[in-house]
Structure formats: structure tokens, C-alpha cells
Write a protein that binds this ligand. Structure first.
Ligand code: NAP
Ligand code: MG
Length: 452
């Protein structure tokens, strides 16, 4: 039996030992899921809805424990971890409204009746990264279950604890056995088997663009359905007419939340040249004021990075001579890295072109709207971004001009469970959340009944 030790990134202490699924265990779980999916899809939509609502209520009753586990396993601040557990509850409640609303269409034809059905796929494999273990899992499993599929879910090896807890809550809520299974394991074993196993009809993957491309290529072998949520390199565009105080005060949250381990992090600040110096004057105290430390303590705004290896990777993007200023962080134990502001000297620096996935932000000047759009779109990614301006026409023009899936004006909000979420370009494929989330876990079938 292969096991892994789960480490608290704020203390470097082992907090749990978790058994990892191997190939045989994965295959056995998929076989059970196939059988379970048959009665789940046949269940009356209202009964499936009721069970999802009970699952949501079980999550709600367990928010404190789920949050505690995420603080301990992932180093998320307690406030964030509570929001994340609450997001799972909300996503489940929203999904519970879907089974009865998955109606097809009746299309006018001559000589008969033509109707469409949205049929479940069967078994869906969900592969989750370590940065937001709870919400990212739920964005896949909740609508997939609502549409009548069984789900096998692989959490990241570093962060399996909350997913295992969610599986217990599902069971306690009455979700039938094997309809929702959590399989901790390695990406190269369990994750790859989801891609190659013919009974897994769709893979939902969130993680790096590099692995996402391999998954898409692997799924092509069986024309397997795939949803990809990959990296980002999002811009925070600040125009001279904006409320500069508010833009500067909130910019740290826009990039340093979850220690920058966020695919939506606004990791490139673009400043209109006339307010460049003024913005930095306002931004510096805001960055120095970010409270970095014990993620379980009240008032902490930023915790550690997930691992020593990841901290090393993050540090590798930072050239000391280009650092404008940093915030503070504890010295250790724990995988700490301070909020860091970089003024790059070359437009091709890796810190500008690659996803850092840590508390590092670059700052660049721009001249006018066209220049802002050129810089914002000068990336293979296209996930998110913010636009700060008080000019409504400009807000709309620039929003339409940025090639990204999730933008906010005068805000850094990225995710609402009832609106669609996903990336342009190499940030992904398909959309999660929103009113159509369940449709992504169905096939449309058309049936013509001859009346003559
Ligand atoms: P990753 O390798 O893409 O891992 C994401 C998930 O995919 C994990 O569950 C992982 O399993 C699994 N996986 C890995 N290789 C696989 C394969 N060949 N087939 C199927 N599944 C596989 O991401 P990472 O190594 O944790 O992080 C590397 C970088 O990716 C980060 O620094 C960041 O830039 C980016 N990233 C982006 C996001 C995002 O939300 N967009 C999230 C995470 C990471 P195991 O880890 O358990 O082996
Ligand atoms: Mg990896």
C-alpha cells in the first residue's frame, strides 16, 4: 500500500497519512462508478435534486471542520477557507436546481414530432489542483452529479484532506454508494487513468497549462470530452481617471490573495503613465501592510506557499535588482514568501510571460487605451483581469478588447457560482459554473417520431 504524508505548509509538520490509489484501485472505482451511474441517471430528477440539497446542508453543517482542515492542509487563511467551504455549499444548492430544469426542446418538423434530450455521459473524472481544493472540486462534481453522472475525483497529492471529508459528507447525506468517489493518488497514475480508461467519458482538469495540453492530447485518442481550467497571467489595468486610492488599496488583494496561488491573480499591474508614480506611492504602504503569518489566526491576510519546491520555483522568477519593494513574512518554519513588487527591465522577462503562481506582481506603464490593450493581450493566457476607470464608455471598450473570460471593472471579483467561468486562449477550454453548468456534462440527443 502506497501512502503519502500530508504536510501543514505553515509548520512543516506532518498532519495526516493518506493512502494513495494505484491503477487497480482506480480501475475498480471506475467499474463501480459505471454501475452506480445507471441507477443515478434513472432516478427521478426531483429525488436527485433532494439528495444534492441534503449534501449541501451536510456541507453547511460542517463548514467549521472543512475550513479547519483546509487551513491545516493548504495554509489558507481561516477567512478564505470558510468562504471556500461556503462556496461548495452554494455550488451544490445551485446544482440541486438543475436536474428538473435540464429540459430539451421540441422542434417543428413535417410528418412527425422532433424532441431533444440532454442525457448524462456516464462517469466523469475530475482532476483537482492544490490551490483551491474545495471549490474547484465542487465546480466539477456538483453539476456533473446534477446531470445524472457518477463522479470519480482525484485531489492533488498535496491536498487530499477536504476532498476526503466531502466524500464522507456525501455518504452521510444519502448520495448512493459509488456515485461520488474520491481517489487520492498521483497525477501520473490516477489522473492518467481517467484519461485512458474508456468508461470515463469526460475529464475535467484544473491545473497547469503544460499538463492540460497532455490531457487534451490523451483524451483525443477516444474523442473524450474535456473541460480545461489552466493558468493565467491577468492584467490589472489602471487608467488615470480611476479612483486611485481604491485601486491601490485593493490591488494587493487582487494578486496576493491565497499567496498568489490563484489562476485569476492579477499578476501584471498596468498603469497609465501619468499616474505611475502616484499609484506606486499609494501601493507601497498597502503591500507592506499585508498581514502574512499564521493562517489560522484572526486578521491574517496571507499564509504560506504550498511547498518548499513551489517556493523555490516562485523565487526563481524574481531578479533581486528588479524588486521595487516587498512586504514582510515570517522566517520559518513554513514555506513563507513575502508579497513582492517587481519593475521588470525587459519586456520578455519570464516574470512577465510565465505564470508565477505566487505573491509576485509586475508593474508596467502604458500610454493610452490602445497601448493598455496591447500589453494586456500580449500573453498566451486569457483567464481574468481588472479594469479601473470611472469612464463608462472606456470600461466597456476595454472589457470588450481584453481577450479573457472573466473581467471585472473597479473590482477584483472573479468567481460567482451562478455566472460562467473559464478561459480564452491557453487558459482553458469550456466553461464551468453559471446557469448552463450541467449541460457540459450531457450529450444532446435528437429523436424524430414519424406520425405518418
Ligand atoms: P499540475 O501538475 O497541473 O497538477 C494539477 C493536477 O493534475 C494534480 O491533481 C496533479 O496530480 C494532476 N496531474 C499531474 N500530472 C498529471 C497527468 N500527467 N495526468 C493527469 N493528471 C495529472 O500542477 P502543479 O504541478 O501542482 O503546479 C504547477 C504549476 O501549475 C503551478 O505553479 C501553477 O503555475 C500551475 N497551476 C495552475 C492552477 C490553476 O488553477 N490554473 C492550479 C495549480 C497549478 P498530483 O499533483 O497529485 O500528482
Ligand atoms: Mg505537476
Amino acid at each position: 500500500m502506497v501512502t503519502t504524508e500530508v504536510v501543514n505548509p505553515a509548520t512543516e509538520k506532518v498532519v495526516a497519512t493518506v493512502e494513495l490509489a494505484d491503477l487497480a484501485a482506480t480501475d475498480a472505482a471506475v467499474d463501480r462508478a459505471v454501475r452506480a451511474s445507471e441507477s443515478w441517471r434513472a432516478m427521478a430528477p426531483g429525488d436527485r435534486a433532494r439528495l444534492l440539497r441534503r449534501f449541501a446542508e451536510a456541507v453547511d453543517a460542517d463548514l467549521g471542520e472543512l475550513a479547519r482542515l483546509e487551513v491545516e492542509n493548504s495554509g489558507h487563511t481561516l477567512g478564505n477557507a470558510r468562504w471556500e467551504a461556503g462556496n461548495v455549499r452554494d455550488v451544490l444548492h445551485f446544482a440541486a436546481g438543475m436536474p428538473e430544469r435540464l429540459s430539451g426542446r421540441q422542434i417543428p418538423v413535417a410528418g412527425g414530432l422532433d424532441v431533444t434530450f440532454h442525457e448524462p455521459l456516464g462517469v466523469v473524472g475530475v482532476i483537482v489542483p492544490w490551490n483551491f481544493p474545495m471549490p474547484i472540486a465542487a465546480w466539477g462534481f456538483a453539476p456533473a452529479l446534477a446531470a445524472g453522472n457518477a463522479v470519480v475525483l482525484k485531489p492533488a497529492e498535496l491536498t487530499p484532506l477536504t476532498a476526503l471529508r466531502l466524500a464522507e459528507l456525501a455518504r452521510a447525506a444519502g448520495i448512493p454508494d459509488d456515485v461520488f468517489q474520491v481517489l487520492p493518488g498521483k497525477g501520473s497514475v490516477v489522473g492518467e487513468r481517467f484519461v485512458t480508461h474508456p468508461a470515463v467519458r469526460k475529464v475535467v482538469f484544473t491545473g497547469s497549462t503544460e499538463v492540460g495540453k497532455r490531457i487534451m492530447a490523451g483524451c483525443a485518442e477516444q474523442v473524450k470530452r474535456v473541460t480545461l481550467e489552466l493558468g493565467g497571467k491577468s492584467a490589472n489595468i489602471v487608467f488615470a481617471d480611476a479612483d486611485l486610492e481604491r485601486a491601490a488599496a485593493t490591488a494587493p488583494y487582487g494578486v496576493f490573495d491565497n499567496a498568489g496561488q490563484d489562476c485569476c491573480a492579477r499578476s501584471r499591474i498596468l498603469l497609465q503613465r501619468s499616474v505611475f508614480d502616484r499609484f506606486l506611492e499609494l501601493f507601497e504602504p498597502a503591500v507592506r501592510g499585508v498581514q502574512v503569518g499564521d493562517p489560522g489566526a484572526d486578521g491574517t491576510e496571507m499564509g504560506p506557499l504550498i511547498s518548499a519546491a513551489h517556493r523555490e520555483r516562485v523565487a526563481g522568477f524574481v531578479t533581486p535588482g528588479e524588486v521595487a519593494f516587498t512586504g514582510d513574512c515570517p522566517s520559518g518554519p513554513g514555506y513563507w514568501y513575502p508579497p513582492t513588487v517587481v519593475l521588470p527591465t525587459s519586456p520578455t522577462a519570464r516574470v512577465l510571460t510565465e505564470e508565477v503562481f505566487g505573491p509576485v506582481v509586475t508593474v508596467q506603464p502604458f500610454e493610452d487605451e490602445a497601448d493598455a490593450l496591447r500589453l494586456a493581450n500580449d500573453t498566451e493566457y486569457g483567464l481574468s483581469g481588472s479594469i479601473w476607470t470611472n469612464d463608462l464608455g472606456r470600461a466597456l471598450r476595454v472589457s470588450r478588447g481584453v481577450a479573457a473570460g472573466n473581467l471585472s471593472v473597479n473590482s477584483h471579483s472573479s468567481v460567482r457560482y451562478w455566472t460562467p467561468f473559464g478561459g480564452f486562449k491557453q487558459s482553458g477550454l469550456g466553461r464551468e459554473l453559471g446557469p448552463d453548468a450541467a449541460l457540459a456534462f450531457t450529450e444532446t440527443k435528437n429523436v424524430f417520431l414519424a406520425t405518418e
